[in-house]
Design a protein around this ligand. Structure first.
Ligand code: GLN
Length: 535
C-alpha cells in the first residue's frame, strides 16, 4: 500500500444486466495496479442465498472457489485472472450473508432491545463489509454491486453507498455502467435508457461521478455530450466501452479511454507511470492473431450456458496464448452423447476435456467420451467429476467391473471405485460442506503432471467435491496401467490419475482452472493444449 488511506470505488449497473461490470471493475483494478497501486475487488450480490455454492449453474453460471474455500460468484474469477492476486470470502458478500450476521447479532442480544431495521442495521452491515477489505492494506477497494439499478433487492446496497459517500466524500468514486442501444431504423444511438438509469440513482441519493457506456458501435461526440449534460457528469467522465474481441482487451481499451486517469483525478491522486501493460498487450495480440489452431471438446451437461464452465474456457484461452494457438471449443452435451453417435460428435477434435459436475444426468455420455479418448489415444483432461468418470470408465472397460460406478450416482454399485470421503459421511446439509479450497498435492516424479509443473513435486490446488477415488482398488488400477500421480500427503487422497502409456491422459480431482491467469497460465492446461497440438 502506498496511500495513507484506502480509496473506495463503487461500480453499479443500469439499463440491463450482463453489461460486464465485473470486467470493467477488473480492468480498472488492473490499470491502477499497473500504476503501482494495490487494488482488490469485491462483489456484493443482492440475492438471499448465503453464497452461490447451492445454486444451479444455469442460474448464475459457474461457482468460483477461492484459496480459502469460499464458494463465490464467477466475477471473482475475472478479478484473479486480471490481477494475479487471490481473493477470499471477504470479496463476495450476498444479501443472505448480510442478513445472517444481523440476525445472529440480534439473537445474541447485541442490539440491546432496539428494533432491528434495514436502515441502519442492514446498511451498517453492508458498510462494514465494504470497509473490512480496506483494512487489508489496499490502496483501492473496488466494490461491484450485482443486479441492475431499480431492482428492489439492490436498494439497501445503494442506500449504503449513499451513506458511505456522504461519510467519506474525499475518498469515494461512483462509476455507473449503462448500455446505449443503437436503433438501426432511426440510424442513431439512444441515450434515454441511460438518462433514466441515472435518474433512478439520483432518486436514491447517489450521483454517479463517472459513466461507462457499453455500446456495440462507436459513439459520436454529440452522444457523449448529451449524456454528460443530462446526467450531470463532466464530458471527460463519460467513458465509451465498445464491445471487445476478448475480455483481455478491455483494460487496454479503458486505458485509451482514460478511465483510470479520470478516477485518479477525481480522488486528487498522482498519475503514476504505467508498467507491465506491454506484456499484457503481447498476450492479447497472441489471443487475437494466433498462428495455430486446435479444437477441444468440453463434455458437460451445462453446455447450453458456457458461463457454467467460465474458468475452464478462460484457462484454455490462457494456455492457447502460450502455444500461439486459437482454441476452438466444441461444447458437447453429455446427455446427447452415446455409443452410436460418438464418432460423429468427436472425430474432428484434438483433445477432450470432461468437465466437473454433480449428479446422474449425462454421466453415461461422459463415460463414453472417456472411452473414446482412451481407445483412440486422444489427449484427455478430466477435471474433478471428469477424473472420477475416467476412473469409472477404466474400471468398467479395462478391469471388467461392469457395474462399477461412483456411489454418488449409484449408491448400491458392487464396485464403488469412487466413494464418499469419510469425513463427508456425517454431513447432512448442502451449503459450504464439501471439501473446499486449497490442499497440497505431492506429484510423482516423471509423471505428465510433474513434467507439466517443470519437475516441482509439491503443488497446491483448489477443491470442491465430496467423493474420492476409493483406495481399496488402487493396486488393481496400478497393475492395469492407470496410476495415481498425485496425492494429498496428509490424507492419502488420490488427486491425479494418469494412463502413462497414452499420449496425454490426465484426470485431476482438483480444479486447476481456478488458478489460471492470463499472465500465469496453469501448467496442466498448458501441457494439455500442447499435447493437442502435437502431430
Ligand atoms: N460430484 C463430484 C463430487 O462431489 C464431483 C464434483 C465436481 O466435479 N466439482 O465429488
Amino acid at each position: 500500500m502506498i496511500l495513507s488511506e484506502t480509496q473506495f470505488i463503487i461500480v453499479t449497473g443500469g439499463v440491463t444486466s450482463s453489461l460486464g461490470k465485473g470486467i470493467i471493475s477488473a480492468s480498472l483494478a488492473k490499470l491502477l495496479q499497473s500504476r503501482g497501486y494495490s487494488a482488490t475487488i469485491q462483489k456484493l450480490d443482492p440475492y438471499i442465498n448465503i453464497d452461490p455454492g447451492t445454486l444451479n449453474p444455469y442460474e448464475h453460471g459457474e461457482c468460483y472457489v477461492t484459496e480459502d474455500g469460499a464458494e463465490t460468484d464467477l466475477d471473482l474469477g475475472h478479478y484473479e485472472r486480471f490481477l494475479d492476486r487471490y481473493t477470499s470470502q471477504a470479496n463476495n458478500v450476498t444479501t443472505g450473508r448480510i442478513y445472517q450476521s444481523v440476525i445472529d447479532k440480534e439473537r445474541k442480544g447485541d442490539y440491546l432491545g432496539k428494533t432491528v431495521q434495514i436502515v441502519p442495521h442492514i446498511t451498517d452491515e453492508i458498510k462494514r463489509r465494504i470497509k473490512l477489505l480496506g483494512r487489508q492494506d489496499y490502496d483501492f477497494v473496488i466494490t461491484e454491486i450485482g443486479g441492475t439499478i431499480g431492482d428492489i433487492e439492490s436498494l439497501p446496497f445503494i442506500e449504503a453507498v449513499r451513506q458511505l459517500r456522504w461519510e467519506n466524500e474525499q475518498r469515494f468514486v461512483v462509476i455507473h455502467l449503462t448500455f446505449v442501444p443503437y436503433l438501426a431504423a432511426a440510424k442513431e444511438h439512444k441515450t434515454k435508457p441511460t438518462q433514466n438509469s441515472v435518474k433512478k440513482m439520483l432518486e436514491n441519493g447517489v450521483q454517479p461521478d463517472i459513466l461507462v457506456l457499453r455500446t456495440e458501435r462507436p459513439l459520436s461526440p454529440e452522444v457523449k455530450k448529451k449524456v454528460a449534460n443530462f446526467c450531470n457528469v463532466k464530458l471527460e467522465s463519460v467513458i465509451e466501452a465498445q464491445d471487445a474481441k476478448t475480455i483481455y482487451q478491455v483494460p487496454l481499451l479503458m486505458y485509451k479511454e482514460r478511465l483510470d486517469e479520470v478516477v485518479l483525478q477525481k480522488l486528487n491522486l498522482p498519475l503514476r507511470d504505467v508498467k507491465g501493460l506491454e506484456e499484457w498487450n503481447t498476450k492479447v495480440e497472441k489471443i487475437l492473431n494466433p498462428t495455430n489452431t486446435t479444437t477441444i471438446a468440453i463434455v458437460g451437461k451445462y453446455v447450453e450456458l458456457p458461463d457454467a464452465y467460465k474458468s475452464i474456457n478462460e484457462a484454455l484461452i490462457h494456455a492457447g496464448a502460450v502455444h500461439d494457438a486459437k482454441i476452438i471449443i466444441k461444447y458437447i452435451h453429455s446427455e446427447r452423447l452415446e455409443k452410436g453417435n460418438i464418432e460423429e460428435m468427436l472425430d474432428d477434435v484434438n483433445g477432450i476435456l470432461v468437465a466437473p459436475g454433480f449428479g446422474h444426468r449425462g454421466i453415461e455420455g461422459k463415460i463414453e467420451a472417456v472411452r473414446y479418448a482412451r481407445e483412440k489415444n486422444i489427449p484427455f483432461f478430466g477435471v474433478c467429476l471428469g477424473m472420477q468418470v475416467a476412473v469409472i470408465e477404466f474400471a468398467r472397460n479395462v478391469l471388467d467391473y461392469h457395474d462399477a460406478h461412483s456411489t454418488e450416482m449409484h449408491p448400491a454399485t458392487p464396485y464403488p471405485v469412487i466413494d464418499l470421503m469419510n469425513e463427508q459421511k456425517t454431513v447432512t446439509t448442502l451449503g459450504g460442506t464439501m471439501r473446499l479450497g486449497s490442499y497440497q498435492c505431492r506429484l510423482k516424479k516423471k509423471s505428465k503432471a510433474c513434467k507439466a509443473f517443470n519437475g516441482e513435486e509439491i503443488i497446491n490446488e483448489r477443491h470442491r467435491h465430496r467423493y474420492e477415488f476409493n483406495n481399496q482398488y488402487l493396486e488393481e488400477f496400478i497393475t492395469n496401467g492407470m496410476i495415481p500421480t498425485g496425492h494429498n500427503p496428509e490424507s492419502g487422497l488420490v488427486e491425479i490419475m494418469e494412463i502413462p502409456a497414452l499420449k496425454w491422459f490426465v484426470g485431476v480431482q482438483f480444479h486447476p482452472e481456478y488458478k489460471s491467469t492470463l499472465m500465469n497460465p496453469h501448467p496442466l492446461f498448458q501441457a494439455f493444449v500442447g499435447a493437442t497440438l502435437e502431430k
